[in-house]
Design a protein around this ligand. Structure first.
Ligand code: IPM
Ligand code: MN
Length: 410
């Protein structure tokens, strides 16, 4: 049984190393301030620079090495920038971004959670003030669907070229994803009840419910997988009579996210639909600068989870020290919270060595308490920092401000 959690920080490309430097400093502050039983390594891969030196984005044994950790925090992958340097070492997207899909699939992280909540102080893109009530969790299928990478190009690069791209949807992956969405809906309702801020959603029977799951498909044009998703949704929903259900076609969902985003709670979508809708949801919640994401295997806690900001490597601003590190910091908060949820694996009453030096006689708090209070502390600090409405400033200044606020007590 482990006495401390191990995590890996993967800075990656472009603005990744800049925002990760802030995340590392903040993590150190939290480790000391909360006596977190947590050790971390910073890995130089996956990264375009690793490819420049070794001819691959990551070592061949990357997956087994990453499995040694309980969680991974990734900065960004892609064009390292800066765009002003035409000589920079730059790879095709298919190469530089491949590790993302390799990690999601190789570590079997089948659920991608992207919370989108509006916090005062972020950019409000919608004129309707009700949009400030936006608080949704988009759960994206992360293992199959449109991203299976099957198909090919026949007579490539000729005028007779034929490209095929297969989509694969299985009962197993659909069922576990939809069930997870209902579990999360219940959990969110319970958290809202605890904090005295319930929400109401109309059930199909006209009775109000405290949470909702909205299923996204394109079943009017893609009836095969649409019917499978529909059937499974109905089947699973029967086990959750306390959760309201809803369905939207993906195009209508895009429209309704803009018209009335406050009507959504948990949204469950296929890999590609979820990808597109989460960029939209991120903008409604203040932009990619504050949008976190989590890739999880909710059924197998022994798989390391992968946390990452929803943004990319932003080569247009790389190296300028102006990237917003808060999406990575919100992702770090999700990571700490998730490590607390893994308590059954790590929980241990034996004495342990505090990262700040002295050996403590006996740890009185459980992992769950320690990690979730650090996660909450970071999350609340970020929310207050946004609410303070500081004028735009650099990556390091935002980092220093957050660290200062974190140092000021728990
Ligand atoms: C994301 C990204 C990736 C995806 C790309 C880079 C492959 O857009 O994480 O949302 O589509 O999953
Ligand atoms: Mn995306």
């Amino acid at each position: 049984m482990a006495t401390s959690a191990r995590v890996a920080l993967l800075p990656g490309d472009g603005i990744g190393p800049e925002v990760m430097a802030v995340a590392e400093a903040v993590l150190k502050t939290l480790i000391h301030g909360h006596d977190l039983p947590l050790a971390y390594d910073v890995l130089p891969w996956p990264a375009t620079d690793w490819h420049r030196r070794h001819g691959a984005m990551m070592p061949e044994d990357a997956l087994p090495r990453l499995r040694e950790y309980q969680a991974l925090l990734l900065g960004a992958l892609g064009d390292p920038g800066p765009l002003s340097d035409p000589q920079r070492y730059c790879l095709p997207d298919g190469v530089s971004l491949a590790p993302l899909l390799t990690l999601r699939k190789g570590l079997d992280l089948w659920a991608c959670e992207r919370p989108a909540r509006f916090y005062p102080g972020t950019v409000q893109y919608l004129a309707d003030d009700r949009a400030r009530d936006l608080d949704m969790l988009v759960i994206r299928e992360n293992s199959e669907g449109e991203y299976v990478g099957q198909g090919g190009r026949l007579r490539a690069d000729t005028r007779e070229e034929i490209a095929t791209q297969l989509e694969v949807f299985t009962y197993t992956a659909t069922e576990r994803l939809i069930r997870h969405a209902f579990e999360r809906a219940r959990q969110r309702a319970a958290e809202r009840a605890d904090s005295n801020s319930p929400r109401r959603f109309d059930g199909a029977d006209g009775e109000p419910r405290e949470s909702q799951v909205c299923l996204i498909t394109k079943r009017n044009a893609q009836a095969f997988w649409g019917t499978l998703y529909d059937r499974v949704f109905e089947e699973v929903a029967a086990d959750y009579p306390d959760v309201a259900t809803h369905h939207e076609l993906v195009d209508a969902a895009a429209m309704k996210f803009v018209q009335a985003p406050w009507r959504f709670d948990v949204v469950v979508a296929s890999n590609l639909h979820g990808d597109i809708l989460t960029d939209l949801a991120a903008v409604l919640a203040g932009g990619l600068g504050v949008a976190p994401s989590a890739n999880l295997n909710p059924a197998d806690p022994s798989q390391p989870a992968l946390f990452e900001p929803t943004h990319g490597s932003a080569p247009d601003i790389a190296g300028q020290g102006i990237a917003d590190p808060r999406a990575t910091l919100f992702s770090l908060a999700l990571m700490l919270d998730w490590l607390g949820e893994k308590e059954p694996i790590f929980y241990d009453h034996r004495p342990w060595q505090s990262p700040s030096g002295p050996s403590l006689p006996r740890r009185e708090k459980s992992f769950r308490t320690i990690f979730s209070s650090a996660a909450r502390h970071l999350h609340e600090t970020l929310v207050s920092d946004l609410a303070a409405g500081h004028p735009a400033c650099g990556t390091d200044q935002i980092g220093a401000r957050i660290q200062g606020a974190l140092g000021g007590g728990r």
